[in-house]
Design a protein around this ligand. Structure first.
Ligand SMILES: Nc1ncnc2c1ncn2[C@@H]1O[C@H](COP(=O)(O)OP(=O)(O)OP(=O)(O)O)[C@@H](O)[C@H]1O
Length: 226
């Protein structure tokens, strides 16, 4: 599903954010991406979304070698990847329904299909009764759930999250992580970048730990979180 082979990323200006990174993540796995601020977590996620390209090495996602993927094929790849951000990037001048529908509208789905899929996604995150509300009237945890519904509305095979619990208290953070686990249980591959080691310490998933752009192997292979 995701394969990095000797991947390095040097940004213009010379900073090497990732250094010779190699790992494989099978389809259906759930993993946490950890590391200090500036370790390279967001850069790694951006390479998977082709928001950035590797300077050297190979990144393979869903069988596509991203190093060679032509720009015109990027939208098609991105449609199969759901992304959740810390600040969820919701539109506050639209309803919850319209926010979740956005990826489907962009992809050209018909009206009825959109209604069906949006309600299925809102149901999964427990917000079916809030579809007409404006996201500004929702709590922080509920807003993040809207962001997750929008990320999964296209039924992506791969779900990426960059600090999805960064603004939430421990109780809400645990609920959001439980939601990600439910997607893993139905076969979605889930990769979550997080600083919150206490939150994930009790969860039985592997870690990808970065330090200064390199995978930390000390402490057991590419680290098992138990
Ligand atoms: N567009 C860019 N141009 C130049 N340098 C960049 C760019 N984006 C990131 N970097 C640098 O690359 C390094 C890795 O950044 P990255 O955002 O991947 O780290 P991170 O682990 O996600 O950090 P944080 O937890 O603070 O979000 C940092 O030193 C950062 O300053």
């Amino acid at each position: 599903m995701i394969e990095f082979d000797q991947v390095s990323k040097r940004y213009p200006g010379g900073h090497e954010a990732l250094k010779q990174l190699s790992f494989q993540m099978p389809a259906g796995d759930m993993r946490f991406l950890t590391g200090h601020s500036g370790a390279g977590k967001s850069t790694l996620l951006k390479l998977i979304m082709v928001m950035e390209r590797a300077t050297s090495g190979q990144v393979v996602v869903n069988g596509h070698n991203l190093t060679r993927l032509p720009a015109r094929r990027i939208p098609e790849l991105r449609r199969r990847i759901g992304v959740v951000f810390q600040n969820h990037q919701l539109l506050f001048d639209r309803s919850v329904f319209d926010n979740v529908a956005l990826p489907l509208v962009i992809a050209g789905y018909g009206h009825r299909d959109i209604g069906r899929r949006v309600r299925a996604a809102l149901d999964k995150v427990g917000l079916l009764d809030k579809e007409r509300q404006n996201p500004i009237s929702l709590s922080g945890g509920e807003q993040q759930r809207v962001g997750i519904a929008r990320a999964v509305v296209n039924k992506p095979a791969l779900l990426l999250a960059d600090e999805p619990t960064g603004n939430l208290d421990p109780q809400l953070s645990a609920e959001i992580m439980h939601l990600f686990e439910q997607f893993k249980q139905v076969g979605v591959t889930v990769l979550i970048a997080t600083h919150d080691l206490s939150l994930i310490a009790r969860m039985p998933y592997r870690l990808l730990s970065l330090r200064n752009g390199q995978l930390v192997t000390a402490g057991g292979g590419d680290d098992v979180a138990q």
